[in-house]
Design a protein around this ligand. Structure first.
Ligand code: ATP
Length: 324
């Protein structure tokens, strides 16, 4: 069936995530194979407002699937948050003949995509964020690479921590979502995991746990701390003073965003990007792509943004139970 629209655009927005390039490549090639033209919009909504738009061909996305980051770059834009900015963006898209747009990013980016849909641009959101914090989908592009990067780094800290019989506080990404922290807590066998969803700021509990586990013969004590919970270095100083156990803080930082995407992120990026191109070819708009119960699905953007996601209690209990 011939596509209902002729030209689409694609942009990446918000935090970058490994696998975004696989998604861009799939949007481009999926759209071209259905007879559509594709334009790349550089630097997210900010670049859109500056008219940073260029044609993409099937060859433009060669040799990108294995690369981290995003070949379209990403940015945040205050101007686009305003109704005037959104109208200007819709006008620029029309001036460039762009009838459909794929936005790869997180919830904030989808809110923006929803505004453009209301202004008559066919828009589709693709979940790209390392935080796994988008409620309508069981998977977000970038999580697997990021969590594996964090896990490998924590293994290394753990080796030296054990040798010196130290306590280590390791800060991972996830200011508002504890998925990376929780998965590493289980994968790295951490003694404590501090999650933004459930941390009660009771440092005495942590101190008591360190003292108790030392008595039981533990040679190290790994505390995985989701970004944004307190200040890891000052927490380390207080814990060392209270327990007498040498305590160091390690902040993994932006290394967690980079690197070649894992197989999972390449496959999810490819499937979700291709699915988005298919939706546009069918004339759909105002949808977010998701993955649920073993298959790719799509939701109305407003409904998707209203959905709630909570950290699985059972995983939290297992992480605790296995740390004894
Ligand atoms: P991440 O989860 O990686 O932070 P995100 O997509 O949620 O990704 P944001 O910084 O929240 O990242 O949003 C990216 C851009 O989307 C913002 O800079 C802004 O231009 C636009 N945006 C965010 N929220 C809204 C909104 N409510 N309405 C319109 N545009 C928005």
């Amino acid at each position: 069936m011939a596509s209902k629209i002729k030209t689409i655009g694609v942009l990446t927005s918000g935090g970058d995530a490994p696998g975004m390039n696989a998604a861009i490549r799939a949007v481009v090639r999926g759209a071209i194979s259905q007879g559509m033209n594709v334009k790349g919009i550089y630097q997210g909504y900010k670049g859109l407002l500056n008219g940073e738009i260029a044609d993409l061909t099937a060859r433009s996305v060669s040799d990108t699937i294995s690369k981290g980051g995003t070949m379209l770059y990403t940015a945040r834009s205050m101007e686009f948050r305003t109704p005037e900015g959104q109208q200007k963006a819709a006008d620029i898209l029309r001036e460039n003949g762009i009838e459909g747009l794929v936005v790869i990013g997180g919830d904030g980016s989808f809110a923006g995509a929803g505004r453009l849909a209301k202004l008559g641009i066919n828009t589709i959101g693709v979940p790209g964020t390392i935080d796994l914090d988008i409620a309508c989908t069981e998977y977000t592009i970038g999580f697997d690479t990021a969590v594996n990067t964090a896990m490998e780094a924590i293994d290394k800290v753990r080796d030296t921590s054990t040798s010196h019989e130290r306590c280590s506080i390791i800060e991972v990404m996830g200011r508002n979502a504890g998925y990376i922290a929780l998965w590493c807590g289980i994968a790295n066998g951490a003694e404590d995991v501090l999650l933004p969803e459930s941390y009660d700021y009771d440092e005495q509990k942590l101190i008591n746990n360190i003292i108790e586990l030392r008595k039981r013969g533990k040679k190290h004590h790994i505390i995985i701390n989701a970004e944004g919970i307190g200040h890891s270095s000052s927490m380390a100083r207080r814990i060392e003073a209270a327990t007498g156990v040498e305590t160091r803080a390690t902040i993994l930082g932006h290394m967690q965003r980079g690197g070649s995407p894992t197989c999972r992120d390449r496959v999810f990026g490819s499937m979700m990007g291709a699915y988005a191109a298919d939706l546009l070819a069918e004339g759909k708009s105002d949808r977010v792509v998701g993955y649920r119960d073993g298959t790719w699905v799509d939701y109305d953007i407003t409904e998707a943004l209203e959905m709630q996601k909570s950290i699985p209690d059972y995983m939290v209990r297992v992480a605790k139970a296995l740390s004894i």
